[in-house]
Structure formats: structure tokens, C-alpha cells
Ligand binder design. Sequence first.
Ligand SMILES: Nc1ncnc2c1ncn2[C@@H]1O[C@H](COP(=O)(O)OP(=O)(O)OP(=O)(O)O)[C@@H](O)[C@H]1O
Ligand SMILES: [Mg+2]
Length: 263
Amino acid sequence: MSEALLRVEALRVAYGHIPVVFGVDLDVAAGEIVALLGANGAGKTTTLRAISGIVRPTSGAVTFAGKRIDGTAAERIARLGVVHVPEGRGVFPSLLVDETLRLAGRGLPRNELASTLTRVYELFPRLDDRRRQAVGQLSGGERQMVALSRALLSKPTLLMIDEPSQGLAPIVCDQLFEVIGKLARDEGIAVLLVEQFVTRALALASRAYVLTKGEVSFAGTAAKLAADESFIASSYLGEVDDRAFAATLAPEDVDLAKAARRR
Ligand SMILES: Nc1ncnc2c1ncn2[C@@H]1O[C@H](COP(=O)(O)OP(=O)(O)OP(=O)(O)O)[C@@H](O)[C@H]1O
Ligand SMILES: [Mg+2]
């Protein structure tokens, strides 16, 4: 592959004295969707944290748009256009939807803030209906939409999204994935997507990496990985079926899923 937007080389990360990421190499091209897969505890979140500057790598290099960013403060990395949507969503429950988004876009010129907000509410009509609602009162799916929208207000060149489908009904997850695909296709935003929903992630991504105990155990096209039956069938990456999922849903999410199906 030619010019990488993001290049991670020989990345090692430890928490205290305990190493958890052992020499990861990966890259993402501009506008490309890349899946980062792996079992619980494999080091996916830690890898994203190291790229976004939340944790400092022990060694290795992270290059974004031709510049070294390892060792750079997280806030500065975000301003460069590397925007991390964390696991668990990280949104303030007491803020209204509209306040949350305006706060995220506070650095933008007024015109750009307005046009980006319009775009975000177009992408997520569900949020448009809930502008004046506190984020804490939203369903899980809606909160994930807020988290993604907030990231968009930071004008990302690269979005790193950690398990957006967590706890969501498959149909809500499909909607989110559709929006993620649109962002890459229509706006040229590159995406590094951490997911447990392997088949969905591989359907969206062009390339994939699998982390196993802190090391890259597969790097290649999403199609190649999707065709690897033993990988797909392997229990640790197994998909939860719709019914098992539905049983874990909040009533608002069931409504959201039904509304999505009708659309
Ligand atoms: N803040 C922390 N302090 C100490 N150890 C941590 C910390 N965060 C994660 N770890 C450990 O680092 C390893 C990698 O964790 P990480 O969260 O990166 O995995 P993951 O691939 O994102 O897993 P999951 O799919 O469960 O989210 C795990 O063994 C975990 O227990
Ligand atoms: Mg994680």
C-alpha cells in the first residue's frame, strides 16, 4: 500500500510493569476502513489509547500524516484530526444532546459549527428529535449516536471507534455501521474500527488486523479473513445471536430497533 495516513510501527505498551501490547505494526490509508479484531483482553483498546496519546507507548512509533505523534499530548493529537470514540461512549449524562455537540464543536468557526451540526442531525434523525433531551436519558443506541456525532464535531481525519455495537441490538448496530460506511465514502474519513461483531466489521472494512495476546496474528484483506471459516467459527470471536441480544436490551433499545426495522 502507498501513503499511509496512520502508521504504527513496533508499538509496545505496558500498564505499570505489565506489558500488554508487544510490537504491533498496522496502518490505515486516508478514507480507508480498517477493522481491529481480537478476543477480550487482546490489547485492542490499549492500542487505540496509545495512538490517541491517552497512554504513552513503551517503545515504537506512531506516525500520522507524515508526523510522529507518539509522545504528543492527547489533546494535541485530537486537534490534528485523530479522534477516539471510546468504549463505553464517554458522554456526560446530565448534558443535553445539543449542548454535548456544541461543546464538542466549540473550536469551530460559527458557520462550520452550524453546517456540521446540520450534517450530524441529518445522519442521525433520531438525535434531531432529541436535541433537548439529557444524554443520560437516551437509550444505548442513541448514546452511541451522540458519541459518534461528538467525534464528528471535532472534524476527524481518522476516527478510531471502540466497539460501537456494544450492547446494541443487531439492527441498531446495522444503522450505525451504515453511517460509518457513509462517513468514509462521502467524507473521506478514515476509520479504525474495533469490533466484536466480526462479520459486520469485515463487511464494512477493506482490511483487517487480528490481535492475539498483544500481537498481530493476522493482517490482510477483510475478504480474506471473512473467508477463513475457522477464524469466523472460533468461539472467542463468535457472534451473539439476535435473540440472546434482544434479551439483554433496554426497552428503549427494543423500540429503537423496531423503529429502525420499519424505516
Ligand atoms: N488501565 C489498566 N491498567 C492495567 N491493566 C490494564 C488496564 N487496561 C487494560 N489492562 C489490561 O491490558 C490488557 C489489554 O486490555 P485491553 O483493554 O486493551 O483489551 P481489549 O482487546 O480492548 O479487550 P476487550 O475486548 O475486552 O475490550 C488486559 O489484560 C487488561 O486487563
Ligand atoms: Mg477494549
